[in-house]
Design a protein around this ligand. Structure first.
Ligand SMILES: Cc1ncc(COP(=O)(O)O)c(C=O)c1O
Length: 403
């Protein structure tokens, strides 16, 4: 037999722990085991539903025959609605030419990284981070450099650490607030300090704000609002706040106070053109999302707050587990005591919990080898009964290990 065809080396840089662990759960499910999936941040898989007016707008668009290819940068009406939303909610002044509609924030990350990063560039990413920022940095020949976020201070970015890691090769700095996987919400002072560093060192800020309206105590501060004088590329979408994960629609915008992002903007728009457009009828629904009733957001946040309070308290009652309280998004990032002794790695811990209890978490090192190791990520999306069941099983597991 002839040898296998080889894939480009860059393909080996792609890792996505959140889904990479699923195959182990599927194997167990095939053997008849029941699995409780606490690995994926998809509210629609639990008791949250896409608001009715979004569904109607989608159906109306399809019925009216609006099923054509749209403009590559997105429907003008949607880009205008994005500008109004960003002004109203986040206090940002942008115009439709600054906005590109994408197939989810995921595509926005891809476009931005492809436009910015090439061989030798360094990208400062929060440690821990949402994995595509590290994977795409490597994919395009760059090096992700994790900056420390401080667990004892609710996973706040460590400004001194960021400063020490800026080099002549640093291209941009990624902020994720509210944060996946830790639930941190960065305060405006922290963002202002990062902005100052960015300005001093000629760095672009990439600000992932997909959870902007899912906050429990702190107010959300948008990077472009606080970092007025910095070049900011903002990323946002409809998956989480508008409960439309499967619809795959998002947007990115350029906050460009001194017109220095022109070439990057054109590079992103070129990429948008080569993939033709984002889904047209879904964009119609996205307009309805931004311009229509927003009541579901408050209801969702209140429902999630109860689940957050329960899950955080319950996890901290388990011997061998400590967890800081998330302030936004819908993830917990607990520390497991005994990684390195009872379990060689956090991945080994997560896979053993899965085998013994049927509960699937994601290992912390999947979000950062340095600052995420020794932890795991759990969503707190399901109803309290499901969380009770899962955490009871986890407690029994920990007790069986003599914690
Ligand atoms: C921080 C962050 N950015 C982006 C995404 C992907 O968003 P989308 O569904 O819009 O592609 C996620 C999904 O979990 C996320 O947590």
């Amino acid at each position: 037999m002839k040898a296998h065809y080889t894939a480009a080396k860059r393909a080996s840089t792609i890792k996505y722990a959140i889904r990479d662990v699923v195959k182990y759960a599927k194997d167990l499910e095939e053997k008849g085991n029941k699995i409780c999936y606490l690995n994926i941040g998809d509210p629609v898989k639990f008791d949250f539903d896409t608001p009715k007016h979004l569904k109607s707008a989608l159906w109306e668009a399809v019925k009216k025959g609006e099923n054509w290819y749209g403009p590559s940068e997105g429907l003008l009406k949607l880009r205008k609605a994005v500008c109004r939303k960003e002004k109203r909610i986040n206090g940002i002044d942008i115009s439709p030419e600054d906005v590109v509609v994408t197939s989810g924030v995921s595509e926005g990350i891809l476009f931005t990284m492809a436009a910015l990063i090439e061989g030798g560039d360094e990208v400062l990413v929060p440690g821990p981070t949402y994995p595509p920022y590290t994977s795409y940095s490597k994919f395009f020949g760059g090096t992700p450099i994790s900056y420390r976020t401080i667990e004892e201070e609710g996973w706040r970015p460590d400004i001194a650490d960021i400063k020490s890691k800026i080099s002549a090769k640093t291209k941009c700095i990624v902020l994720i607030s509210p944060n996946n996987p830790c639930g941190a919400v960065y305060d405006s002072r922290t963002i202002a300090e990062i902005s100052e560093l960015a300005n001093q060192n000629d760095l672009i800020i990439l600000s992932d704000e997909i959870y902007d309206r899912i906050v429990y105590e702190e107010r959300f501060s948008s990077a472009a609002r606080v970092a007025k004088n910095s070049s900011v590329i903002g990323l946002n979408g409809f998956s989480k706040v508008y409960l439309a994960t499967g619809w795959r629609v998002g947007y990115l915008y350029f906050h460009d106070p001194d017109g220095r992002l022109d070439v990057i903007k054109e590079s992103v728009k070129k990429q948008a053109r080569i993939r033709l457009c984002a889904n047209t009828p879904i964009q119609k629904a996205a307009i309805a999302a931004l311009d229509g009733p927003q009541d579901h957001i408050k209801q969702m946040v209140e429902k999630l707050r109860k689940r957050r309070d329960f899950a955080w308290k319950r996890l901290n009652q388990i011997e061998g587990i400590t967890c800081s309280k998330p302030k936004g998004a819908f993830y917990l990032f607990p520390r497991v005591h005994g990684i390195g002794q009872r379990w060689k790695t956090d991945r080994e811990f997560v896979l053993e919990v899965l085998r013994k209890t049927g509960v699937l978490f994601v290992h912390g090192s999947g979000f950062c080898e340095t600052y995420g190791a020794g932890h795991f990520r759990s969503v707190f999306l399901p109803p309290v009964e499901t969380l009770t069941h899962a955490f009871n099983l986890l407690e029994q597991f920990m007790e069986s290990k003599g914690s």
